[in-house]
Design a protein around this ligand. Structure first.
Ligand code: GAL
Length: 389
């Protein structure tokens, strides 16, 4: 079960399907459309409740821990030992797939969420440069508006609005504020003047999206940048998968730069597969083959080039990755040194589902409700997080 239904996601998944078929595993998938798994979670829960859990399902870092805590994931420890996962997997990912000393999932990739993608021709024509601060972002957007282009490609879905929010939190507040507000949910940070400014900035951004934004899928927003209907998109590097699929060249047709104010920071998330316990030995065999295939070196390279992410293995050459892929890789290394590598809130890396849900609800309601004040949003966050404890 997965939610990789866009063109580039399906192309990546096809590499896995082919590899598994070569290894004698029958592929039968249940895609549940909806970015960041917003619909898949419910379907998965229903299948588990009715004792028809899939053999494998896509899951983010915090979701691996949550399913492991429920005791429903197959133990992969023997395979992990046999294949020396502790040596080949990026060290920061190992704790994320471990629970009570057991290996319970396999990481496919690492994505970065603090990216700004822009159409170079649109930017050149309007005479603007990629913004490096949120003030510059507003200025650039005004110029794009004046040039008759939608400044920001967005889909009005809670997770896409929350992606903007986490980027503004980091861009205006910096790494320590991000940690305090989003990871620790520190009251002082959430009630601070900086948080008022964050919501104020989101309010300004209402006017930079087109009127058809409600409900739009993220990949359709990327298409707007591809076609030059919109100037920019703030989105994780799965957007690069779509840009590559459309034969857009980095630094020629489009540019990638860190979201405003986040240069030097790397906001990460990982896609993993977890495997649900089953008594069917044949299925268990399939699970082990799939877990092993996901860490295959050639698969890691081919898949991540299509997907826009970077490998979960440490020993895959980045030579064949494009400019933005290489930049992501280098920026991650730098951010790890300066302690500015941060888990994404929206993509279930920073905190558990209930609190993440509170942020998504409040941010989305705020973005959709022009009369709501920044202070009201903060009050709702405080109340929501309190009842989520
Ligand atoms: C992310 C996920 C990516 C990509 C994106 C859009 O949460 O980690 O792999 O699929 O959502 O659905």
């Amino acid at each position: 079960m997965h939610y990789w239904t866009s063109g580039s996601e399906a192309a990546g998944l096809d590499v896995l399907k082919q590899l598994l078929e070569k290894r004698g595993v029958t592929w039968s998938d249940s895609p549940v459309a909806g970015g960041t798994g917003m619909n898949m979670v419910q379907v998965l829960r229903a299948r588990i409740a009715s004792d028809t859990a899939p053999s494998a399902a896509q899951m983010h870092a915090q979701q691996v821990q949550a399913w492991a805590a429920e005791g429903v994931l197959t133990d992969l420890s023997d395979l992990a030992k046999k294949e020396d996962w502790a040596k080949i997997i990026a060290p920061e990912l190992v704790p994320l797939i471990s629970y009570n000393g057991k290996t319970v999932a396999v990481p496919v990739n690492v994505h970065r969420s603090n990216w700004l993608w822009y159409n170079k021709k649109v930017f050149d024509k309007a005479g603007v440069q990629p913004p490096t601060t949120w003030d510059e972002f507003n200025q650039v957007s005004e110029k794009l508006l004046a040039a008759g282009v939608t400044p920001l490609a967005l889909g009005g879905q809670p997770w896409q609005e929350a992606d903007l929010f986490e980027n503004v939190v980091l861009g205006l507040g910096g790494a320590d504020f991000y940690r305090k507000a989003l990871i620790e949910q520190d009251q002082e940070a959430i009630k601070s003047e900086t948080m008022v400014k964050v919501f104020d900035q989101l309010r300004v951004m209402n006017k930079f999206v087109d009127k058809n934004y409600p409900g739009r899928d993220w990949n359709l927003a990327t298409q707007m940048v591809i076609k030059g209907e919109a100037g920019m998109q703030i989105m994780g590097d799965w957007a690069k998968g779509e840009l590559s699929l459309a034969k857009m060249e980095p630094n020629v047709d489009y540019g990638c730069s860190p979201a405003p104010g986040t240069k030097g920071d790397y906001v990460w998330l990982t896609d993993n597969f977890g495997f649900f316990t089953t008594k069917d030995e044949n299925r268990v065999k399939g699970q082990m083959e799939m877990a092993s295939a996901i860490l295959d070196k050639d698969f890691q390279e081919a898949f991540n080039i299509k997907k826009g992410s970077i490998p979960s293995r440490v020993d895959v050459s980045m030579d064949k990755f494009d400019f933005c892929g290489k930049a992501a890789y280098a920026d991650r290394a730098e951010a790890q040194k300066t302690n500015t590598s941060l888990p994404s809130l929206t993509h279930n890396a920073a905190t558990g589902a209930t609190k993440t849900g509170v942020f998504l609800d409040v941010v989305s309601t705020f973005f959709e409700t022009p009369t709501m004040t920044s202070q009201q949003a903060i009050d709702q966050l405080v109340a929501g997080l309190k009842s989520a404890e």
